[in-house]
Design a protein around this ligand. Structure first.
Ligand code: ZN
Ligand code: ZN
Ligand code: FE
Length: 764
């Protein structure tokens, strides 16, 4: 007698394509004795099961609980259907797509241990093959051109599988079943080693040869997952210096890639959570504290890797090619982004050869195209993951929002740009795009918007942008046809991005501290306390405004802000101040600057906290000119000791309008006095940090008293400063605040597109 059968159709949404989900379901169906089919659909995965009705629930639970490592199931909906009498369980290949596309595309992930074991096994047919992958690992986002995610829609489409690979791909029992980038030496992409003229070198195994060249001090351009790296032996001071000179990057720290934890452990401290980040599937660059005195029997790492910085940015290998390279070459490599200063990462062989012929001596190239570039992500751990850059390995994973919105595009800011596309309750942030003033970066920006619209199938009717008319992203928003555009104030966007990732909808007090953002009064803000909801904000407190003599050049030349703050605090006496900072500047230059400020010539007013840090760094003699953004402030943080009980004084005042202002003049005057007494940088830095913490905590407490709002969000790039993040968080908590910070998107401008999107959605 036939057993009673029933049938269900199950729709599964989430990150379920390209992550080994169908083979997983296939195995499950087999185990439970179900007939039916599974297929990728534009929404996710659809499953039809016919069999014992009692087992269906069990099977659904298992799908949720035991899904593959890379999969995230966001919803499972089951519906009873007619039994049609399947005679087997099959995986159906994808059909053309015309419905909506909401399947989530997985990020690129590091090579898995199973694949590494095969790669290192001389008996395996993929022994030493640098593109080994399986359904649990390998490239995804950077090779996908369209959804649904199938080989034909990736840059693997030009590599027809050999019979061996095809067999694995077709075999539901195999761990490469429907692994879209599946390949081997016979049929897949290949590596070549060329010199900087593009001439191929006949030196045996190209990766081993590259490793040997690195050992000898060469600089090698390496094509990776999301773009090119420039690699050098991290132990070789000459190679590191050469790379600095050739790349015209005098100070900015270089990221390192270490063969394994053991090779880097002697040089940096690694906490439990930091180790988890380093070894996670995302493989970000993790900022780690250097050991003060590494063992004397160790080969030292050159100081030039990261000047005036107590930390090193370290990542572990994430592609098979990296593993092979680090196995032959030095155990620690400099792996810095293969881009020209200000330009996006190179992804194309010819482009890289063209761009770096005078930087790299050799190139490790391959013929698997990178369809979509993605820089390495950068994180630090401080009571949670803090993103300095959210990119490869994380994009395009969405931030889940509390409610559903119509389709929105948010265009981001001007520096460290990202864009954000919102579809229903999901906010998809692009990978890091960069500074849009550069033409090539802007081209990449436009491509990113187009690409994300395609793979997410979004036609946004609302386009959010920054208020700054000079940003390329603002101009881009204006060029969009048939959409409603919404201008969003920069710091409101910062605040709401923090609200959004914390699921807050009620009114909050926002402390937003950054370098530059156009205020709604036309001046430059950056040291602000707002009260805000998603739809509106009110400015409650801010740093007093001082001029930025020379406007943008004041950002690159902190000495200008030093003079501005000294002039503000001490008046015309500044020229005669007997401190090294002032003595080091030609008096006529100072006079010129003060005249400029008096007349208001090219001296926009700013309440920027970032510029206050610049001023402080300049005055105490840390740095007068920077070669990368945030350098002076970072170096000031680096020399500052722990927060003292008492900091420098700050003058707080409440204006008639109710606006609270914080004037750092007393602080600046005390710094001058401390300099005269020969105080240490560490002491002065600590007192300054305490002053910033104290003044904002005090002001926020005043705002709390008059508004009865006790939830606080912290946002803006200054919160990358660990002393400030911790100091303000603790201070606010002591005053009865509940404090919310960023752990999913950057606190800096890389996160504002999220806030812009939510604000635009709430305002409509
Ligand atoms: Zn694998
Ligand atoms: Zn093959
Ligand atoms: Fe900002």
């Amino acid at each position: 007698m036939h057993q009673v059968k029933s049938a269900v159709r199950i729709e599964i949404c989430g990150v379920v394509q390209g992550v080994g989900f169908r083979p997983f379901v296939f195995q499950l169906a087999k185990r439970y004795g179900f007939m039916g089919e599974v297929l990728n659909t534009p929404q996710g995965v659809t499953l039809i099961l016919e069999g014992d009705p009692e087992k269906i629930d069990l099977c659904c639970r298992e799908i949720r609980e035991n899904c593959p490592p890379l999969a995230t199931v966001s919803s499972i909906q089951a519906q009873k259907i007619e039994v049609t009498g399947y005679d087997a369980f099959r995986i159906v290949t994808s059909t053309a797509v015309d419905a909506t596309r909401s399947a989530l595309i997985p990020p690129d992930v590091c090579v898995c241990q199973d694949c590494l074991d095969e790669m290192n096994d001389p008996g395996n047919r993929r022994f030493g093959y640098p593109f080994i992958n399986c359904t649990n690992c390998g490239p995804r986002y950077t090779i996908i051109q369209d959804v649904p995610y199938d080989r034909a829609k990736t840059s693997m489409s030009v590599f027809p599988m050999c019979p061996g690979c095809q067999k694995e791909y077709d075999d539901p029992e195999n761990r490469r079943f429907h692994a879209q980038p599946n390949a081997c030496e016979r049929c897949g992409p290949r590596v070549v080693l060329v010199d900087n003229q593009g001439v191929s070198l006949d030196a045996g195994d190209p990766i081993q040869a590259a490793g040997r060249l690195l050992n000898q001090g060469a600089i090698v351009g390496v094509k990776g997952l999301g773009g090119f790296h420039l690699a050098a032996n991290a132990f070789d001071p000459t190679a590191v210096e050469t790379l600095r000179t050739r790349k015209n990057r005098p100070h900015k720290p270089f990221a390192l890639m270490a063969r394994d934890l053991e090779s880097i452990k002697p040089y940096v401290k690694i906490s439990g959570p930091e180790q988890e980040l380093l070894t996670s599937l995302h493989r970000p660059i993790v900022l780690l504290e250097k050991h003060e005195a590494p063992g004397c029997d160790l080969v030292p790492l050159p100081r030039a890797l990261s000047f005036n910085n107590p930390r090193l940015g370290v990542m572990l290998p994430y592609t098979p090619l990296h593993h092979l390279l680090l196995d032959t070459g030095p155990g620690i490599l400099v792996m810095t982004s293969g881009n020209r200063s200000g330009e996006p990462l190179s992804i194309d062989n010819d482009d890289a050869l063209d761009a770096f012929a005078d930087i790299a001596d050799y190139f490790v190239l391959h013929n698997r195209d990178i369809y979509f570039r993605a820089d390495d992500s950068i994180v630090q751990h401080q009571e949670g993951t803090r993103f300095l850059r959210r990119s490869r390995g994380y994009a395009p994973l969405p931030v889940t929002l509390k409610k559903k919105f119509p389709p929105i595009l948010a265009c981001g800011g001007g520096l460290k740009s990202t864009v954000c596309l919102v579809k229903e309750n999901r906010a998809f942030l692009s990978q890091h795009i960069g500074d849009l003033d550069n033409q090539k970066t802007f081209t990449f920006y436009k491509k990113s918007v187009k690409h994300l619209k395609t793979i997410l199938d979004i036609a946004p009717g609302i386009v959010a942008h920054d208020l700054h008319p000079g940003y390329m992203s603002t101009a881009f928003a204006g060029d969009q046809k048939g959409v409603e555009t919404v201008g969003v104030q920069h710091h409101h966007a910062h605040a709401v991005s923090c609200m959004a990732e914390n699921g807050l909808e009620e009114e909050v007090i926002a402390i937003t501290l950054d370098g530059t953002g156009l205020g709604s009064d036309g001046t430059i803000w950056g040291g602000e306390i707002l009260t805000c909801t998603e739809a509106r904000f009110e400015r409650q407190a801010h740093l007093v405004q001082v001029p930025m003599p020379g406007s943008d050049s004041a950002v690159k030349e902190p000495w200008r802000m030093g003079i501005s703050w000294l002039y503000h605090a001490m008046g015309a006496d500044v020229v005669d101040l007997d401190i090294p900072f002032v003595r080091g500047i030609d008096p006529s230059k100072i006079a010129f600057l003060t005249q400029m400020m008096d007349k208001g010539l090219n001296s926009p007013m700013t309440s920027s906290c970032g510029r206050l840090f610049d001023a402080m760094a300049a005055i105490v003699g840390i740095r007068s000119r920077v070669s990368y953004e945030g350098q002076a402030a970072m170096e000031l943080e680096a020399v500052s000791g722990t927060l003292p009980e008492k900091g420098y004084g700050v003058e707080m005042a409440t204006q008639e309008s109710g606006m609270i202002t914080m004037d750092f003049s007393p602080c600046i005057r005390r710094v001058v006095a401390d300099l005269g007494r020969g105080e240490t940088l560490s002491t002065m830095g600590g007192r300054f940090h305490r002053a910033v913490v104290q003044s904002f905590v005090e002001a926020a407490t005043l705002v709390k008293a008059r508004t009865r709002i006790s939830k606080a969000v912290l946002s803006g790039g200054v919160f990358n400063n660990r002393i400030i993040l911790n100091g303000i968080s603790v201070g606010l908590e002591q005053r009865g605040f509940t404090v919310y910070t960023h752990t999913q998107v950057p606190c800096g401008d890389g996160g504002i597109s999220l806030g812009q999107a939510v604000i635009a959605g709430a305002m409509k």
